[in-house]
Design a protein. Structure first.
Length: 211
């Protein structure tokens, strides 16, 4: 981090794992180091990708269409938001990226591994991927409990296509994240999201000092 170059950091995990809270915390940490930070998300993060996001979340579609739609959104997101920010030497903090495709579409939906890997290589053609990925691990049962509590507190009524899936689906998603983290090697950082916010953020502070 001594050389002021762009840094691409991704936070992955199921809903309820605290990604939004920790994104805000990481933003503050980097800004205290004098870095300019860009917060973004997937699907979404660019004007066109946000349109696709709404379709992916709420429009009926099959697994293949879902994966291809997410890939199209990701490429536009990279071209319009992520890569330009990195070229400006900014820190990009992204809520989800390609490991969510592995978790949700490959393991969750059962799509072929080879197809997802090939698609990822095409999406990242002529550009870079994440420098670090933080995985916030949460048992599916806890994810469901936290989501229900959040919906009750906020009065949310809209339920997207993924929120309608059962525990079996999310058990497969969790395994997908385990596999994705293993593939990332030294770029992956595994975090038990059942810990207190204070413990997690203490670990995050130590982790980013080594990125």
């Amino acid at each position: 981090m001594g050389n002021q170059t762009g840094l691409f950091v991704v936070l992955e995990g199921m809903d309820g794992s605290g990604k939004s809270t920790h994104l805000a915390y990481l933003q503050r940490l980097f800004e205290t180091k004098g870095r300019s930070v860009r917060l973004t998300r997937e699907p979404g993060g660019s004007e066109f990708a946000e349109v696709i996001r709404q379709q992916v979340l709420f429009a009926p579609m099959g697994p293949w269409t879902e994966m291809l739609a997410v890939a199209a959104a990701r490429r536009d997101h990279l071209e319009k938001t992520i890569w330009p920010a990195l070229a400006r030497n900014e820190v990009v903090l992204c809520d989800r990226f390609s490991d969510s495709t592995w978790a949700y579409q490959v393991r969750g939906r059962g799509l072929p591994e080879a197809a997802a890997l090939s698609l990822e290589s095409w999406v990242l053609t002529d550009g870079r991927g994440p420098d670090a990925v933080f995985y916030f691990d949460l048992p599916p049962e806890v994810s469901f409990e936290r989501r229900a509590a959040r919906a009750s507190a906020s009065g949310e009524t809209a339920v997207d296509r993924f929120e309608q899936e059962d525990l079996g689906f999310y058990g497969r998603v969790r395994q997908g994240y385990v596999e994705a983290a293993a593939r990332r090697g030294s770029k992956s950082h595994w975090i038990d999201a059942t810990q207190s916010i204070e413990k997690i953020q203490s670990k995050l502070q130590a982790m980013i000092s080594n990125i």
